[in-house]
Design a binder for this molecule. Sequence first.
Ligand SMILES: [Zn+2]
Length: 180
Amino acid sequence: MLFRSFVFVLCVALSMPATASRALDCSGRGEAHFDPLVTSLMQWIADNSRYKFVDHFTPTIELVPAAELARLANPGRTVDYWQAVDACFLTERVTIYLSDEFEASDLLQRSTLVHELVHFMQLINGAFDYAECPAALERPAYFLQVDYLDQHGFDWPEGLRAQLRLMGFVIGRCPPAHHQ
Ligand SMILES: [Zn+2]
């Protein structure tokens, strides 16, 4: 398999509050069935990046409460220091975790799924093997998320577009190389 054995947790947080949400219509408790949506989003990513779409190869998607998302996003930290996130991708489980209040029809929320699917496609395209550091994989994820919102006519709230691009630069920076 292409997958490296070590574990990465890659999460995205938007500072904007989520819009009012309805219960997601999904069969199966906690596990969503997003296949047509996921396929179309991965095709969009393939059309807009160098990551190739591999048919019939999709991540598991699970819907979990916000507290569970925060726990996943903050391994090794005590609860007082947990940061809230909107979505995570766990490489080890090849699973994307979304909030159980995820609303696929909400463009901004859907863009967080795009962000995590970029990480999935990075995994299946071997990008984890050639990235300078794992953080470097965040830059394309944030930039493609912004591109997706742009192309779909997102009505950007003041400052959010610049903030997402800045997060791509800041979070996507590799730590300085260690010196002996
Ligand atoms: Zn990310």
